[in-house]
Design a protein around this ligand. Structure first.
Ligand SMILES: NC(=O)c1ccc[n+]([C@@H]2O[C@H](COP(=O)([O-])OP(=O)(O)OC[C@H]3O[C@@H](n4cnc5c(N)ncnc54)[C@H](OP(=O)(O)O)[C@@H]3O)[C@@H](O)[C@H]2O)c1
Length: 287
């Protein structure tokens, strides 16, 4: 594989290169990575395209000239039943899954992710998709309960597929601090665990997902995280302050986060995470 092709496959392409994207395959048995064809227009299907991350991923890919097919129930495609998947995946090179479950409940979210991921993988294999990208969460391999357990089950299915794959694990989004405040509101204050987080902007996650989608399959995990470490209880207090709310924040180690009791450092990324640019304070100001 030439150095030029390698560069194209590792990053978002320039608009000049957009019509002539080389599709990248995993290493052959000899360890050599090779392009699928000399000049192939890359087609990326995005499941969850109407969501927080999906809408931004679609925009990011289109900004760089990639042909994108958005999937959502409004488009007549349902990942839980499999309806419409075969049709939409025809001639797709890459499938990006950024759908989310309707609840943080462990059973509901496990049912959603195992069913939808099985349907997506089966349809992708039948269509000959060359790269499957799934968005998961930092801590999926460590927390072991709640919605994290469901994300781990999703990852397991992806890891065991014969389709070349990449898993992007993001830290909790800025929006998840607001969700934790809503979930933790009690008569005596807002109960949240004193977790250390690197909350990340949806735009920064979408940039990493788009980058990974046009690159070589990782056969492993890429992490995406925010630029700063904060404590969830401090971030919650800052959020309530901007809303003019005076309820006290109770740092409660037993309070659930995404349906699980989480250790203080379990959601911090490793040293190689892609760090975003947008801080939690900037997000608060932009609300
Ligand atoms: N929240 C966090 O802090 C966090 C952190 C790390 C990772 N993640 C992961 O990031 C991913 C994206 O999250 P998000 O916040 O962008 O989700 P979101 O805004 O809730 O969007 C969910 C998307 O899934 C689609 N969807 C749901 N059920 C579907 C079905 N049966 N068939 C087809 N499409 C369906 C929705 O489309 P329609 O409703 O229009 O059909 C929507 O486009 C999720 O996998 C989540 O687990 C989240």
């Amino acid at each position: 594989m030439s150095q030029e092709t390698n560069v194209r496959c590792l990053g978002l392409m320039s608009t000049v290169a957009r019509a002539n994207v080389r599709h990248c395959l995993p290493p052959t048995s000899s360890g050599v990575t090779r392009p699928l064809t000399e000049e192939t227009q890359m087609k990326v299907v995005v499941a969850g395209a109407t969501g927080l991350i999906g809408s931004r991923t679609v925009a990011r890919l289109r900004d760089h000239g990639v042909e994108v097919v958005p999937i959502s129930r409004g488009e007549g495609v349902d990942v839980s039943t499999g309806e419409g998947l075969a049709q939409v995946l025809r001639t797709a090179e890459v499938l990006v899954d950024v759908t989310d479950a309707p609840s943080r409940d462990q059973q509901v979210s496990t049912d959603f992710f195992t069913t939808s991921t099985s349907n997506l993988l089966k349809a992708a294999a039948a269509a000959g998709v060359g790269h499957y990208v799934a968005l998961s969460v930092v801590g999926a391999d460590r927390v072991g309960s709640g919605w994290f357990r469901a994300k781990a089950a999703q990852e397991d299915l992806v890891r065991h597929t014969p389709i070349p794959y990449s898993v992007v694990r993001a830290t909790p989004f800025h929006e998840s601090v607001a969700a934790a405040a809503v979930a933790g509101t009690r008569s005596d204050g807002v109960h949240v665990p004193p977790l250390l987080l690197r909350p990340v902007a949806a735009d920064d996650v979408a940039t990493t997902v788009a980058h990974v989608a046009v690159g070589l399959p990782e056969f492993g995990v890429v992490e995406a995280a925010g630029p700063e470490e904060v404590r969830l209880d401090d971030a919650t207090a800052a959020l309530l302050g901007t809303l003019g709310r005076t309820d006290p924040v109770v740092a409660d180690a037993r309070a659930p986060f995404f349906g699980a009791v989480v250790e203080e450092r379990a959601l911090l990324p490793g040293p190689d995470a892609h760090l975003g640019h947008h801080t939690f304070a900037q997000w608060l100001k932009s609300r």
